[in-house]
Design a protein around this ligand. Structure first.
Ligand code: SAH
Length: 255
């Protein structure tokens, strides 16, 4: 059987308990070498066969899986963060479906959650934004025209850009074109939750300059929006004057 596992954003103790158990039992681990923390591989059995998919094609990954399946072995396909975001898992799952090979998928902590934690930020602040746009700048991999960054920017929602830290000039231009103000808060989070994590707070207008100054080219997320500012409304859920399914509003505060 094949187990797709989200490794989490970097810190080895941010893998899920289920993911760790699967790693410990695996006969073979194929890990996304560019971003998965190699410390996770220390959990592997002594005789576990380990492959770094950074140097492999989809076909080579599948060949390893097929070989393991033929021998009745368990394979863990270890992806960075959560595999459902820019993880290229669908093409692997479809290939396994075609061969009738069973698999499951264990979610992971995505790097956009690690980045928010590093910033002590909440994406969905009442009175500021109740939506999070997760996207990327078009690069060597195109983005559908209707999802062009400048169009997405028009929403002025909280935004996280993956795979875009090598294109900071273009990102900044598209965000401004879409309607964000130059002084809209922004942040670059490099290697969230890794020991060499770097948090750079800036604005949309200084994104490219600050990124260049700090030498950011990859393994970073770009966060944009007023959720990084200090103005917001209190949540209703914990407001004493608001009745919820679990709590009556307190009379004192009701008048
Ligand atoms: N599935 C992953 C994303 C894979 S795409 C997830 O859920 O996080 C790879 C991109 O993710 C990188 O180019 C970078 O933009 C981002 N990324 C992954 N790990 C990161 C980390 N620890 N800190 C900052 N960005 C990270």
């Amino acid at each position: 059987m094949v187990h797709f596992v989200g490794a989490g954003p970097g810190a080895p103790d941010l893998i899920t308990l289920r993911g760790a158990e699967l790693l410990k039992k695996a006969d073979c681990i194929i890990y996304a070498g560019s971003l998965v923390n190699p410390a996770l591989l220390e959990m592997a059995k002594a005789d576990c066969e380990i492959h770094n998919s950074a140097t492999m094609t989809l076909e080579q990954v599948l060949d390893v899986i097929y070989r393991m399946e033929a021998a009745g072995k368990e394979t863990v396909r270890l992806h960075t963060g959560d595999a459902s975001l820019f993880g290229a898992i669908r093409e692997q799952m479809d290939a396994l479906d075609e061969k009738g090979i069973a698999y499951d998928d264990t979610p992971g902590v995505s790097s956009f959650c690690g980045a928010a934690a590093a910033l002590h930020a909440e994406y969905t602040l009442p009175g500021v934004s109740q939506s999070l746009i997760i996207t990327r700048m078009a690069g060597r991999t195109p983005v559908p025209e209707k999802e062009k960054l400048s169009s997405m920017a028009k929403h002025q929602a909280s935004m996280v850009l993956f795979l875009s830290s090598g294109l900071l000039e273009e990102v900044q231009e598209e965000l401004l074109l879409g309607g964000y103000q130059k002084d809209t808060p922004a942040a670059i989070v490099y290697k969230a939750t890794w020991p060499d994590e770097k948090v750079i707070r800036c604005t949309v207008g200084t994104l490219a300059q600050r990124g260049a100054e700090e030498g950011i080219r990859k393994t970073a997320l770009l966060l944009i929006g007023d959720f990084l500012d200090s103005c917001y409304e209190r949540s209703r859920l914990y407001d004493p004057t608001f009745t919820t399914e679990f709590r009556e509003a307190s009379a004192a505060k009701q008048q």
